[in-house]
Design a protein around this ligand. Structure first.
Ligand code: C5P
Length: 210
């Protein structure tokens, strides 16, 4: 079974994908981490957001070190912004496409399928996924959740800046030419504004064959 979970930044899609994978015994791939990994590699190389060229970004994507994708440094707002900048470069998307499809088609041993979360999983990466979700929530609620999460992890962040950064990232993700953020036609929409994690998971599971 293959499940696609797409949605806006900080909507809860990552949490949902992880929970679906655990409950249904499927492997999980956070595809945002791939783009964050590319962005982070460029930050480490000393590139600023204005200096990135498709050539450097494509190279960083082709040489992505998958063992670094769990690094906490990938979760910072700066890495998120860099991720959405490199994600608009077609060469980067192309370089990461095969790895994502490969993971879904041949999940790690012991798993019968996979859950992938991102922005274009149901529309581009896995258009034939068995179940597709599109997760969203009000911007102010997403900003509040993300601010608390980052503060809990020890980052000194303020709600207004996080809200502005999330809105800018969504706008960039929705307006790019290649694989823009949008629900697949056959996606099940889940608005998590008034749902806690358990309700969100329960709602999604009710749409999954078990
Ligand atoms: O989901 P996350 O916030 O970690 O994603 C970081 C960025 O990576 C997104 O803002 C988006 O630009 C990009 N991304 C993408 N396609 C995906 C997953 C993430 O363009 N499938």
């Amino acid at each position: 079974m293959i499940i696609a979970v797409d949605g806006t930044a900080a909507s809860g899609k990552g949490t949902l994908a992880k929970r679906l994978a655990t409950t249904l015994g499927l492997a999980h791939l956070d595809t945002g981490a791939l783009y964050r990994g590319v962005g982070y590699a460029l930050i480490i190389e000393g590139f600023s957001t204005q200096e990135i060229t498709p050539y450097h970004a494509e190279n960083a994507a082709k040489n992505l070190d998958f063992s670094l994708l769990d690094k906490p440094e990938l979760r910072t707002p700066e890495a998120g912004e860099m991720a959405s900048i490199v994600a608009a470069i077609p060469e980067v998307r192309q370089a990461l496409l095969d790895a994502q499809r490969q993971f879904a088609q041949s999940p790690p041993e012991g798993f019968d399928g996979a859950v992938l979360d991102g922005r274009d999983i149901g529309t581009v990466v896995l258009p034939d996924a068995d179940v597709k979700f599109f997760v969203d929530a009000d911007l102010a609620i997403r900003a509040d959740r993300r601010t608390k999460e980052l503060i809990n992890q020890g980052h000194a962040v303020m709600l207004p800046e996080i809200q502005t950064a999330l809105a800018a990232r969504d706008e960039r993700d929705m307006s790019r030419k290649q694989a823009p953020l949008k629900p697949a036609e056959d996606a099940i929409m889940i608005d998590t504004s008034d749902l806690d994690v358990e309700m969100m998971v329960k709602t999604a599971l009710s749409h999954c064959p078990q």
